[in-house]
Design a binder for this molecule. Structure first.
Ligand code: SF4
Length: 324
């Protein structure tokens, strides 16, 4: 065995025996391991430490349109010229119909996502009423992504029926300031901590392919672990016309797989969740991603981009050895 192969195998053995992720410096060393070896070793960690029941969810854009923040990747920022449909917070009936449709397709969680820095208090009140109605009428688990809410607001929403709060850290602490200047990553971490104190599970990940280095992706995964995140959406940038990142080159499929495999070494028991941008990946890469570490996915359409075909997805997930 060549030295880097041996390093990957020994490191994977240790991660498996302790179900504890590697340090940041060990993760950096994994960048030099040949991709085939890295994927296989990450696959062993996934089988031993992560859930073999594939965790599915779907999202709905619950409030769409112009946002005062300046996140460079986002079509909904009013600082840029991307075209998006604008509408206020959806009614309880519309949310219920979408939740029921997801449930009928066998999806386990339903997340309401709203644009803006944070949902204003009047909308929080309206949403609490809707969530109470959804909790009574469906058995799908409910998640929410509504920006930088306060702890009392999060508590009210948890009491209404939201069990998991989502707020992506988006990128490495050392790179976030290049991508957004209107809020800080610390505010996001504080929101996630407040959601935990309010009794919710937390979900947070990022977008890869925004010009960051592999070292910075590792930095992101380590910060997510330190924040106590167990559900990690991995988005692949789909550059949107009219945003500052519209001409960002697409990252390669090998790069996507390497990132997923290294994330698995850092977060051995987390739900690594395929999210936006993965619809462009080949069937083969998608299957390899499931084997190397992806054990969760947002199904169907994303917020502002089309998603992958759901039936084809279910077939690939089963082929990778997961139960649904
Ligand atoms: S805060 Fe959310 S909706 Fe607003 S620009 Fe940033 S990512 Fe887009």
């Amino acid at each position: 065995m060549v030295p880097m192969d041996d390093f990957a195998a020994r490191t994977a053995d240790r991660v498996i025996s302790e179900c504890r992720g590697v340090s940041e410096s060990e993760a950096m060393m994994l960048m030099d391991v040949p991709l085939e070896v890295l994927k296989n070793e990450a696959g062993r960690i996934t089988e031993a430490c992560a859930s073999r029941k594939f965790d599915t969810c779907s999202i709905i854009n619950g409030k769409s349109g112009r946002c005062p923040e300046d996140c460079k990747w986002c079509a909904q920022s009013r600082h840029y010229k991307a075209r998006v449909t604008e509408y206020p917070l959806l009614s309880a009936d519309k949310l219920l119909r979408a939740a029921e449709l997801s449930r009928s397709k066998g999806i386990g969680r339903f997340s309401i996502v709203t644009s803006g820095r944070k949902l204003p208090p009047r909308d929080v009140e309206q949403l609490c009423e809707s969530v109470r109605m959804l909790s009574e009428r469906t058995d799908i688990s409910l998640c929410l992504s509504a920006g930088l809410l306060s702890e009392p607001e999060l508590e009210t929403l948890r009491e209404a029926g939201i069990s998991r709060y989502h707020c992506n850290l988006e990128s490495a602490p050392s790179y976030f300031g290049e991508l957004c200047t209107t809020h800080s990553q610390k505010e996001k971490i504080d929101t996630l901590k407040a959601a935990r104190r309010a009794g919710m599970e937390i979900c947070s990940g990022g977008i890869i392919g925004m010009g960051e280095t592999m070292e910075q992706r590792i930095e992101l995964a380590v910060v997510l672990r330190e924040t106590g995140v167990k559900s990690v959406p991995v988005n692949i940038l789909a550059p949107i016309k009219g945003t500052p990142l519209e001409n960002e080159p697409l990252i390669s499929e090998e790069d996507v797989l390497r990132t997923i495999a290294i994330f698995r070494f850092i977060l051995p028991d987390a739900a690594l969740r395929f999210a936006g941008g993965r619809a462009r990946l080949s069937k083969r890469t998608t299957l390899e991603a499931y084997r190397a570490g992806i054990n969760a996915s947002i199904m169907g359409d994303m917020l502002t981009t089309a998603g992958a075909d759901m039936d084809a997805d279910f077939a690939l997930i089963r082929a990778a050895g997961y139960s649904l």
